[in-house]
Ligand binder design. Structure first.
Ligand code: C2O
Ligand code: CU
Length: 432
C-alpha cells in the first residue's frame, strides 16, 4: 500500500466460496491454469494457476491421526511440487524439490501420503518457483479437524492474498524483479480474502480460520461485526484465548478466531492510509437458539516437551536494500551464506532441544518458517510463548525460539517472504 496506489475493492464482490474436498478417501488435486474473477464483478477476469479449476484450490479437510492420501497431477506446462505448510509430516512428503523429492513434471503425478498429527488450520501451496507459482494462485486451505470440534454454527476459512494487476485484470509478470526482491518483495496492488462461506446469522458463533497466503505482504487485520477471541496461531491452540485487537499475519501465518456475530462482518487490512476492505460476510436472520457462553479454549496439541537446550545457534538475517555487506552470493543471506549450502545450518540428534536466536540485521521484516516442526517463541520474560511454524521478526529486532527437533530428515528454514527466499534467504537443518 505504501509505494503503489491500491486498486479499489468493492467488498460486496469479495465473496468467493471455495469448493471443499473432505474425507479420507484419496483426494485429488490437479494443478492447472485457471481463469478467476479476482477484480470486482464487471471488471476483467485474471488468468492464473490453481487446482481443480479454481484458485484458491479446494479446501482439504483431513482427520487428525488418520492417514491422508492426496494425488497431485501436474496439468501445468512447467514442473511443480506441493508443500503441506505447517504439518509435522514425514520428510519425504514435505514437497520440497531437490531436498525431499524430484519435481513433478508436466503430465506426471505424485501421491502424497501422511498422517497429520495435530488438529488445526494449515494450507498447501506450490514449493517450486514458489515466488511465482504461489503469486499466480497455487494455494489452498488445509484443515485438520479437531477430535472434538468446538461448539460453533459455522467453520469458515478466510484465505488472504494480494496480486500485482493491470487495469485489465491481467497479472503483471514481475515476480522476480530485483528491486522488489531487495525490498519488501513482490507486493500486490489489489488484495482480498476468499471465504469458504459468505453468509451467517446474527447471534451465530463462528470459527474463522484466517490464512495469509500472500507471497510477501504482512496483513494487519481488523474484523468488524464480531465479538470474540483468537484461539489458535499457526494451527496450534493458545493456552488461553486472546484479544482480537491485534491480528498481524506474516506470509504463511494463520490465526483461528471464535467469535459471536453482532452485525455485518467485515475483514479489513489496516494501513496508514486507512482500512482496505478484503471481504464481507452477509448477515441475514437471527440465531435465537444460541446461548451466551465464554469463548472456548481449544484442545492443547500433543508436542514433545522441550528439555534444557543442548545447542544454542544464531541465525542472522543479512542483506537487501539498505542492508550491510555480507558474504553470500545472492541479495539476502543467513549468517553470510545465500541459498542452500552443502552444509546445513544445524545438525541435530533426533529429539534434541535447541535454542535459536534469530537476529534481523536488515532494513525489512522477515517471517521465518521452519519445515516439519513447530517451535516456541520465547516470551520477553524468558518463558515459553506461542507455538508457531513461522515467526515474524521486525527490523533491527531479534527473537529466540526453542524447538524440539524430533522429526528426522532434511528440513528447510527460510524466509516466507517468497521474494526474499528466492533472493537467498534460505537454509536447511538436518535431524538424524
Ligand atoms: Cu509455506 Cu517452505 O513453505
Ligand atoms: Cu524476508
Amino acid at each position: 500500500m505504501n509505494r503503489r496506489q491500491f486498486m479499489a475493492s468493492t467488498a460486496a464482490a469479495a465473496l468467493f466460496p471455495m469448493p471443499s474436498l473432505g474425507g479420507q478417501a484419496p483426494l485429488k488435486l490437479r494443478a492447472e491454469p485457471v481463469i478467476r474473477q479476482i477484480l470486482p464483478e464487471g471488471e476483467g477476469a485474471t488468468a492464473m494457476l490453481g487446482f481443480n479449476g479454481s484458485t484458491p484450490g479446494p479446501e482439504l479437510r483431513l482427520k487428525r491421526g488418520v492417514q491422508a492420501t492426496v494425488d497431485v497431477e501436474n496439468g501445468l506446462e512447467e514442473g511443480t511440487a506441493v508443500h503441506w505448510h505447517g504439518i509435522r509430516l514425514e520428510n519425504k512428503m514435505d514437497g520440497v524439490p531437490v531436498l525431499t523429492q524430484s519435481l513433478i513434471n508436466p503430465g506426471d503425478k505424485m501421491t502424497y501420503s501422511f498422517v497429520p498429527p495435530d488438529a488445526g488450520t494449515y494450507w498447501y501451496h506450490s514449493h517450486y518457483i514458489s515466488q511465482e507459482q504461489v503469486a499466480r494462485g497455487m494455494m489452498g486451505p488445509l484443515i485438520v479437524e479437531d477430535d472434538t470440534p468446538p461448539d460453533v454454527d459455522h467453520d469458515i476459512s478466510v484465505l488472504l492474498s494480494d496480486w500485482r494487476m493491470e487495469e485489465s485484470g491481467a497479472l503483471v509478470d514481475e515476480y522476480q524483479d530485483m528491486h522488489s526482491v531487495a525490498h519488501g518483495g513482490y507486493l500486490g496492488n489489489f488484495a482480498r480474502a476468499f471465504l469458504s462461506k459468505g453468509q451467517v446469522q446474527k447471534g451465530d458463533r463462528v470459527r474463522f480460520r484466517v490464512i495469509n497466503g500472500a507471497t510477501n505482504r504482512i496483513f494487519p487485520l481488523a474484523v468488524g461485526g464480531v465479538e470474540g477471541k483468537i484461539v489458535a496461531l499457526d494451527g496450534m491452540a493458545l493456552a488461553a484465548p486472546r484479544s482480537l485487537d491485534e491480528i498481524v499475519l506474516a506470509p504463511a501465518q494463520r490465526a483461528d478466531l471464535i467469535v459471536d456475530i453482532t452485525g455485518p462482518v467485515s475483514f479489513d487490512m489496516l494501513s496508514r492510509q486507512g482500512a482496505y476492505r478484503l471481504a464481507d460476510v452477509t448477515v441475514e436472520g437471527a440465531n435465537t437458539e444460541r446461548q451466551p457462553a465464554p469463548i472456548p479454549t481449544l484442545a492443547a496439541p500433543d508436542l514433545p516437551a522441550p528439555q534444557e537446550p543442548t545447542q544454542h545457534l544464531t541465525l542472522t538475517m543479512m542483506g537487501g536494500a539498505m542492508g550491510g555487506r555480507h558474504g553470500g552470493a545472492n541479495i539476502w543471506a543467513f549468517n553470510n551464506i545465500s541459498d542452500l549450502d552443502d552444509e546445513p545450518f544445524g545438525t541435530f540428534a533426533r529429539g534434541e532441544t535447541v535454542r535459536i536466536t534469530m537476529v534481523n540485521d536488515t532494513a525489512f521484516p522477515h517471517g521465518i518458517h521452519l519445515h516439519g516442526h513447530h517451535f516456541y517463541e520465547v516470551a520477553d520474560d524468558g518463558s515459553l510463548g506461542d507455538l508457531r511454524d513461522t515467526t515474524l521478526v521486525a527490523t533491527g529486532e531479534s527473537r529466540d525460539v526453542i524447538c524440539v527437533f524430533d522429526n528426522p530428515g532434511n528440513w528447510l528454514l527460510h524466509c516466507h517472504m517468497l521474494s526474499h527466499a528466492i533472493g537467498g534467504m534460505r537454509t536447511w537443518v538436518t535431524v538424524a
